[in-house]
Design a protein around this ligand. Structure first.
Ligand code: MG
Length: 376
């Protein structure tokens, strides 16, 4: 199956307010149309993208931030615009038709439509109606409508290209979407799961909702940390907050808890706020022999201050000895307590380096960590 996407951006809708048609208004730094196109441009199974513009929008800088596409002039109705888009598709067996006013479409929705097209000539996302439906005038309820079997249609709507093209060429109905045109021509259309967030921008309140959803999407941060400490004389090592008896100790300015240092740096990294050395300079005598939970607590505090919560931590210790396995549950628990997290959000793993390198020769311990932070 070769799939093309047609993005219909020819409407003049101004109910959303503003001077520009809604698809050319800015949302979170990009036009709504650019947001609507990007998941198709990024999708591995979507090839050609056709952008159908209103004739007045041709050769304007409005669509400069959209991904590369075949630009087509639309018609005076949505159906004419879609037909112009379909005629511009080359080398595809299937086509996905998407409204430029739906900027929250995701690769998961696109996947579901493409999957259903393997076995159906048409497929489209929808959400079952859960509200009670009324008939009424502007001021009075005049009846109720059974909501059983009712769905709210979304886009992208997907079809086998040939059958949909002939459906549009011979259509004599006025339709608000392509499923109606396809069904009028006798094509079966499967329903796949849509998404409540795949909203169509129509009113100013839709803008506000989309902004909020995008902020949520953007509020995910990932950071990594890496640390090494060498062995010296001693009878225990501190690892991820646990005192492990051993015939040597890790050397360092603080308690040399290499695992906790890597985790702390991962959090600083996710925040873009430096590393342990910057916040707790080794030249400052007050941190000599310091317990490393001070550093970790500081990093967690900064994350909370910035409005983030820590979603999960993954830490890998690299050493031949001591054996980490028996101490893993205690390490998870110790880190969870320091960070105020549930223990199942923390992972502590260990590996040897097959006796290679400084860890393999037993000269010290290395640790790697990843932290994921989310802004609710
Ligand atoms: Mg360190």
């Amino acid at each position: 199956m070769k799939t093309a996407a047609i993005i219909v951006a020819a409407g003049r809708g101004t109910r959303a307010g503003g001077d520009l048609p809604k698809q050319w208004q800015s949302l979170h730094g990009k036009t709504i149309a650019a947001h609507a196109m990007q998941p198709f441009a990024d999708h591995p199974n979507v090839g050609q993208i056709v952008l159908v513009l209103h004739p007045d929008d041709r050769d304007t800088p409005l669509w400069d931030d959209t991904p590369p596409a075949t630009i087509v002039k639309g018609g005076s109705t949505r159906q004419e615009s879609v037909l112009a888009g379909l005629r511009a598709v080359t080398e595809a067996t299937h086509v996905l038709i998407h409204d430029a006013a739906r900027p929250m479409v995701t690769s998961r929705i696109i996947d579901r439509v493409i999957d259903a097209l393997e076995t159906h000539p048409g497929a489209a996302p929808a959400v079952a109606v859960t509200d009670t439906l009324w008939h009424g005038t502007d001021t009075q309820v005049t009846g109720t409508q059974d909501r059983n079997g009712l769905f709210r249609a979304q886009t992208p709507q997907g079809f086998a290209l040939g059958p949909l093209l002939s459906a549009h060429e011979t259509s004599d109905i006025t339709a608000t979407d392509d499923v109606s045109v396809a069904r009028a021509a006798g094509l079966d259309v499967a329903i796949v799961a849509g998404d409540e967030d795949n909203i169509k921008i129509t009113t100013p309140s839709d803008f506000a909702r989309a902004e909020k959803l995008m902020r949520r999407e953007m509020g995910i941060r990932c950071g990594n940390g890496y640390d090494v400490h060498r062995f010296g004389p001693g009878d225990h090592v501190w690892l991820c907050g646990v005192k492990v008896p051993f015939d040597r100790s890790l050397q360092g300015h603080s308690d040399a808890d290499v695992g906790m240092h890597a985790v702390t740096d991962a959090i600083y990294g996710a925040l873009g706020m430096g590393d342990i050395g910057q916040h707790f300079p080794p030249t400052d005598p007050q941190w000599k022999g310091a317990a490393s939970h001070i550093f970790l607590e500081h990093a967690v505090g900064l994350a909370i201050e910035q409005g983030f919560r820590i979603s999960n931590i993954d830490c890998t210790l690299v050493c031949e000895f001591p054996k980490i396995g028996p101490h893993q549950p205690a390490m998870k628990l110790a880190m969870a307590q320091i960070m105020g997290l549930a223990a199942d959000r923390i992972s502590v793993k260990a590996t040897t380096s097959e006796r290679l390198g400084f860890t393999g020769r037993g000269e010290g311990i290395a640790a790697l960590a990843t932290a994921t932070l989310v802004k609710p």
